[in-house]
Design a protein around this ligand. Structure first.
Ligand SMILES: [Zn+2]
Length: 467
């Protein structure tokens, strides 16, 4: 915060300039304020006149006075339809409205850029949920909605980088050379990096090589979807090995969510830089493009174990336990040796995030993901919370004697990637004989039955989850 909230004066949310409150008063707001006072005054006058005559005919036989029922005119209400974005500053709690995107809280002057981008990501998440809720017969529309949501991530990301860059340019010491027009530079990682180099700042410094690759791939996808109806062209094939020339590019909800999460990470760093906060260390060392060793950790896990767990979490499209492809695992971590990967897998197994099957012929064991991994890794990396989702599912489940899992999924309205970890948590409380062992596409089981002991266990789980 730059100013104590509630003190006189307003910070311009776009430029950061501080001036008297009156400077920021819109003519329509002034008119609205006058109308409110006018209404209140009229109400008071009406009350006063009504009181004057009360009891005027008391004791008279020929006169009677009965006031007509009071008709209160409704209080005028005003709202600004042009300021669609309503936010609550995460530093001082002040609520305010702005046109599209802004940098500062008008009250305390705190940097709110990351808050704005978080709202964009939330809106994108809602679009994805809508697409996922569409039935199989509306696949084309679902693809179109996902495409739009995907495009919106890049649009918001580009706009955010532009706004931040323009602010940096604007606040350079006097006499600096005028900035060159930005063009499409902020649709490209390398060009964006070059732009911010002027201010000795790398917005992408917290992304590791893999995250950068995912980000760049998604930017390329956006070009395909925006300019080529999603049909893979020759240039895209060079970026993505699995893409086939002339086919529609694959786009799943999980891609869009991880794209948005990566962009949020970049925007958070920009927010910190503009606010003058100390920045988290860069994962790229000495300007070399080679990926440094992972540094992030979760719980007791090693940095390598955390990196592998994070990768499994972010690449899972259905949130189901299951086997991890060894080849894609090896490809995803070019900087880790097979021995290091095997150790990272053992590290994850130690905490029950995966189970391992050792094969005599292979150094790397077969890795089987367990539900526990999503419970722990989803909140930081997917922005979703399986515990909260499970709490939503429990009231839908308890009244039933037998639960059709796909129907429950439809009823819950949750995206599949979020539904499965949540239902997995609940299934762990249902007696084994009552969970169908049959295979179901996309779900851990097609159906399960509930008896009293299961209900007791699920209710106990609900109470634990509340805590
Ligand atoms: Zn504030």
């Amino acid at each position: 915060m730059k100013h104590a909230p509630g003190t006189p004066g307003t910070v311009c949310p776009y430029s950061g300039v501080r001036a008297d409150d009156a400077e920021f008063l819109h003519p329509d707001d002034r008119k609205a304020a006058i109308k409110m006072v006018e209404h209140a005054a009229l109400e008071d006058i009406q009350d006063a006149i009504s009181d004057m005559f009360a009891g005027v005919a008391r004791g008279s036989k020929s006169l009677s006075y009965k006031p007509a029922p009071r008709r209160n005119r409704p209080r005028p209400r005003f709202g600004r339809r042009d300021l669609m974005r309503l936010l609550v500053c995460d530093c001082c709690g002040r609520d305010y409205g702005v046109f599209a995107i802004a940098l500062f809280c008008p009250d305390c002057g705190a940097l709110n850029l990351a808050l704005h981008f978080a709202r964009e990501a939330e809106l994108v998440g809602q679009q994805v949920d809508m697409a996922e809720a569409l039935g199989k017969d509306r696949q084309e529309l679902a693809y179109r909605l996902l495409g739009n949501a995907h495009e919106d991530v890049l649009t918001a990301f580009e706009a955010t980088l532009k706004v931040a860059y323009a602010y940096c340019i604007e606040n350079r010491p006097p006499g600096a050379a005028p900035g060159k027009p930005v063009g499409n530079d902020f649709q490209n990682v390398d060009k964006s990096r070059k732009r911010f180099e002027e201010f000795s700042f790398d917005p992408f410094a917290e992304l590791d090589a893999q995250e950068l690759a995912v980000l760049s791939l998604n930017i390329q996808k956006r070009h395909l979807i925006g300019h080529n109806l999603g049909v893979v062209d020759a240039r895209f094939v060079q970026h993505a090995k699995e893409a086939k020339l002339g086919e529609t590019v694959e786009l799943v909800a999980a891609d869009i969510r991880s794209f948005a999460m990566l962009c949020r990470k970049v925007v958070r760093r920009i927010d910190d830089m503009l606010a003058g906060l100390p920045l988290p260390p860069s994962v790229v060392q000495n300007g070399e493009e080679t990926m440094a060793s992972p540094t992030e950790t979760i719980g007791d896990l090693s940095p390598e174990g955390t990196a592998v767990g994070k990768w499994i979490c972010m690449t899972s499209t259905d949130g189901l336990p299951g086997h991890v492809g060894e080849n894609s695992l090896v490809e995803a971590f070019p900087n880790l040796s097979i021995d290091q990967l095997a150790e990272a897998a053992a590290d994850l197994a130690e905490d029950g995030f995966v189970t391992l099957t050792h094969l005599i012929s292979e150094r790397l064991p077969r890795v089987h993901v367990s539900e526990e991994l999503f419970l722990t890794f989803d909140p930081p990396y997917m922005g979703s919370n399986p515990v909260a989702d499970a709490r939503q599912l429990i009231p839908l489940i308890l009244p039933k004697d037998s639960v059709e899992v796909p129907a429950l999924h439809a009823e819950s309205g949750l995206p599949l990637r979020r539904f499965n970890p949540a239902i997995g948590l609940i299934l762990s409380k249902v007696g084994e004989g009552r969970v169908s062992g049959a295979w179901a596409q996309g779900y851990p089981t097609p159906y399960f039955l509930l008896v009293d002991s299961d209900r007791v266990a699920i209710k106990r789980l609900a109470r634990q989850l509340e805590g």
